[in-house]
Design a protein around this ligand. Structure first.
Ligand code: NAP
Length: 247
C-alpha cells in the first residue's frame, strides 16, 4: 500500500487520479483549499484510507505547514507526492495589473515550491519516493493567449529539472507532467476542439507515467510532437501564424 499526498485534490483531473489510486488500495492524504469539495472527493475514494486537510496555497507559510502536516498524517512515510493545483488567471488583466500577474505566478509556481521544499527534503532523507507535478504545454513557449500562466509553468519545468538531478542520487523520482488542454472547470469557457482530452483519459495517462517513473511525460502523448514543432518554429514565422501567435 503506497502512502500518497495529493495537493489540489479537488481539481477535476486530480479527483479522477485519486479514485484510481483509492481503488488500488493506496492510503491517501488529500489537500485542497475547500473542505466541502475535499469531502466530496474523499467520498468518491470509497473504502480506501483517506485523510484530508485544507488551506490556501498562496499563503506560503500555510502551504509549507500543510506539507509538513501531510507527512505526519501518513505516519512519516511518503511514497508519492502529487501536485495538481493551478489557476489560469485572467491573462488580459495580468498584462496591465501587477497584482494579477503576481497572483498567477504565486499560485502556479511559488506555492508549489512552498509545498515541495519540505517534501523534497523528507523524500531525500527517506531515500525513496516519487514527486509528480502537473505543469502545462503552455510553459513550452510564450503566447499571447496565456503567457503569464505559461511563464509560471515554464519556471516550474526548470525547477523540476534541477530538483530531479538533485534527488536522483537519493533514488527519488521527479516526474514533470506536461498537460495539453483538458475538459475541466479550468477550461469551461474555452471553445473545445479535437485536441481536448477528457479528465478520465488524462488520469489514466498520469497514473501510467508515474508508474513508469518517467522524467517528463506529455499528456496525452500527441503533445510531444506538436510541441516539438511549436518550440522550434523560428520567431519570424511564428509571428505570421495567427493560430499560434494570436489570441
Ligand atoms: N484543464 C486544462 O486544460 C489544463 C491544461 C494544462 C494543465 N492543466 C493543469 O492541470 C492541473 C489541474 O487543473 P484542472 O484542469 O483539473 O482544473 P480545476 O478542476 O479547475 O482544478 C484547479 C485546482 O487548483 C486548485 N487551486 C487553484 N488555486 C488554488 C490556491 N490558490 N490554493 C489552493 N488550491 C488552488 C483548485 O481548488 P478549488 O477546487 O478549491 O477551486 C482546484 O483544485 C492544474 O495544475 C492546471 O494548471 C490544466
Amino acid at each position: 500500500m503506497r502512502h500518497v499526498i495529493v495537493f489540489g485534490a479537488t481539481s477535476a483531473i486530480a479527483a479522477e487520479v485519486c479514485v484510481r489510486w483509492a481503488a488500488r488500495g493506496d492510503r491517501l492524504h488529500l489537500v485542497g483549499r475547500d473542505p466541502d469539495k475535499l469531502a466530496a472527493v474523499a467520498a468518491r475514494c470509497g473504502g480506501a484510507e483517506v485523510t484530508t486537510a485544507s488551506g490556501e496555497f498562496t499563503d506560503l507559510a500555510r502551504a509549507e505547514a500543510l506539507a509538513r502536516e501531510g507527512i505526519a498524517a501518513l505516519d512519516g512515510r511518503v511514497d508519492l507526492v502529487f501536485v495538481a493545483h493551478g489557476d489560469l488567471g485572467d491573462q488580459a488583466l495580468s498584462e496591465h495589473d501587477v497584482a494579477e500577474a503576481a497572483r498567477i505566478v504565486q499560485t502556479n509556481f511559488v506555492s508549489v515550491l512552498a509545498l515541495l521544499i519540505p517534501l523534497a527534503d523528507a523524500l531525500e532523507r527517506q531515500r525513496s519516493g516519487t514527486i509528480a507535478v502537473i505543469t502545462s504545454v503552455a510553459g513550452e513557449r510564450g503566447r499571447p493567449r496565456n503567457y503569464t500562466y505559461g511563464a509560471a509553468k515554464g519556471a516550474l519545468h526548470v525547477y523540476l529539472q534541477g530538483l530531479r538531478s538533485r534527488l536522483w542520487p537519493a533514488g527519488v523520482t521527479v516526474t514533470t507532467l506536461k498537460l495539453g488542454p483538458v475538459d475541466t472547470p479550468m477550461t469551461a469557457t474555452h471553445a473545445k476542439n479535437a485536441l481536448f482530452a477528457a479528465p478520465q483519459r488524462v488520469a489514466r495517462d498520469i497514473d501510467r507515467a508515474i508508474a513508469r517513473r518517467r522524467a517528463v511525460a506529455f499528456v496525452p502523448w500527441y503533445w510531444r510532437p506538436i510541441l516539438f514543432v511549436v518550440r522550434h518554429t523560428p520567431e519570424p514565422l511564428f509571428q505570421r501564424l495567427g493560430f499560434l501567435s494570436g489570441r
